[in-house]
Design a binder for this molecule. Structure first.
Ligand SMILES: *Cc1c(COP(=O)(O)O)cnc(C)c1O
Length: 405
């Protein structure tokens, strides 16, 4: 029987549990007995091919907005040179329906709501998750309820509201207090309020690992670098790898690289300092807006996994993040600042000799650059102002005769 098990001490709960964490605050994960006998099978969609690994009893194809199937590509010579890594790969999750990997988790949330007959998808978010939940609720004809803090930028709210979500902006002294207040009402209103690190979303993120298994024909990279906030993505990916190993489909687990902004690095700092618990950050600011969990619930699991499996951890300063965003863009990939953190992090790990030049490293491109317009004020804006009188001269300057052929 499928169930939820807490990730550090093994407390067990029913699969349908409304709360996303154990009473002691530990993250929960789905355990499906017999997963080591699960096998991929023919099917049109990723979740149909890997259905034996998934806990859902019904998976309605109409719930999908076409998420997944994202490109796995070589980063190319420029980024290889910048990072010092010869075998640098990118998994372009910005090509999902709402331009971030969050869509894979939202699909799982819809499967869950449909199976349990729940009419509403609810979440607390400042951006990408709220946007994704709003789109998937619209697709599945469910209600979307998104709680946002006061500081949520209005361009992110626009995306939620145009999909028809009810957006409740909550004024509170800080985001953590607001979250606690909202979650405190969940039971009374019989609401499944999903966070970025719930066990159901993790089942959706796990599919990315299966997709990588297919795309690499089982030759997974040595390292997978993930910008980390609530921790759902990184643990979903790793859960997928663990299940592939348990099923005998791969022989080694890739090692994960946890990446955070230096200004807000509750997990990376703990791993670097060799302590077991999340080091909370408050009142910080970072341009990497999508990775701002300062005290992620269930984060101790990631610290324990890093220790047990030899993961790496690195941070990125504000200047490094902006530089990496430019590097990505000049190589053809326009990503948001949170995503750019991985490039400078792996470069630092390479320089420190923690990764060898010939090891293969995959960077997860988690979110698209146009999702955070505000961050672009820090980047160059090189537009040549011209008019009909100066056009010839301006063109000559932009495209000098020396370049003509
Ligand atoms: C949500 C998000 C992350 C962090 O993922 P978690 O599952 O919260 O750790 C990283 N990058 C982008 C673009 C995101 O939207």
């Amino acid at each position: 029987m499928r169930k939820l098990v807490s990730t550090l001490t093994g407390l067990e709960y029913p699969f349908e549990r409304l709360e996303e964490f154990a009473e002691n605050g530990e993250a929960l994960e789905v355990v499906l007995p017999g997963v080591e006998r699960a096998r991929p099978r023919p099917g049109l969609r990723l979740w149909e091919r890997f259905a034996e690994f998934l806990p859902f009893k019904q998976m309605e194809p109409r719930a999908s907005l076409g998420e997944g199937g994202t490109p796995l590509v070589e980063a190319g010579a420029q980024l290889a040179a910048f990072s010092g890594l010869e075998r640098l790969l990118l998994k372009n999750e910005t090509q999902n329906p709402t331009w971030s990997f969050k869509d894979r988790g939202s699909l799982a949330c819809v499967f869950m709501a449909q199976e349990l007959g729940e009419p509403t998808l609810a979440t607390i978010s400042t951006g990408n998750m709220g946007h994704s939940i709003a789109a998937y609720a619209a697709r599945a004809d469910l209600k979307a309820l998104v709680f946002v803090p006061e500081f949520a930028p209005s361009e992110k709210l626009l995306a939620m509201t145009i999909h028809g979500a009810a957006v409740i902006r909550v004024r509170a002294p800080d985001y953590a207090l607001m979250k606690r207040a909202v979650l405190g009402l969940a039971k009374e209103f019989n609401l499944r309020i999903v966070s970025g690190n719930g066990p159901i979303r993790v089942e959706g993120y796990k599919l990315t690992a299966f997709e990588l298994y297919e795309q690499t024909r089982g030759e997974l990279p040595d390292y997978v670098a993930v910008p980390t906030s609530a921790c759902g993505h990184i643990r979903g990916l790793f859960k997928g790898f663990r299940e592939l190993l348990a099923a005998g489909l791969i022989r080694h687990l890739p090692r994960m690289i946890v990446v955070q902004a230096a200004n807000n690095s509750p997990i990376v700092s703990a791993i670097k300092q060799g302590v077991k618990h999340v080091i909370p950050f408050t009142n910080f600011h970072t341009v990497a807006e999508a990775i701002t969990s300062g005290n992620p619930m269930g984060g101790d699991e990631i610290i324990a996994k890093a220790r047990a499996h030899g993961w790496l951890a690195e941070d990125a300063t504000e200047a490094e993040i902006l530089e990496a965003q430019r590097q990505f863009a000049q190589a053809g990939w326009f990503v948001e600042p949170a995503t750019a953190t991985t490039l400078c992090a792996v470069r630092k790990l390479r320089q420190a000799g923690r990764i060898a030049a010939e090891q293969s490293v995959l960077l997860m491109l988690t979110g698209a650059g146009l999702k955070d317009l505000g961050a672009l004020q820090h980047q160059p804006f090189n537009v040549i102002e011209s008019n009909l009188d100066t056009l010839r001269r301006d063109l000559e300057r932009a495209h000098p005769r020396s370049l003509w052929r």
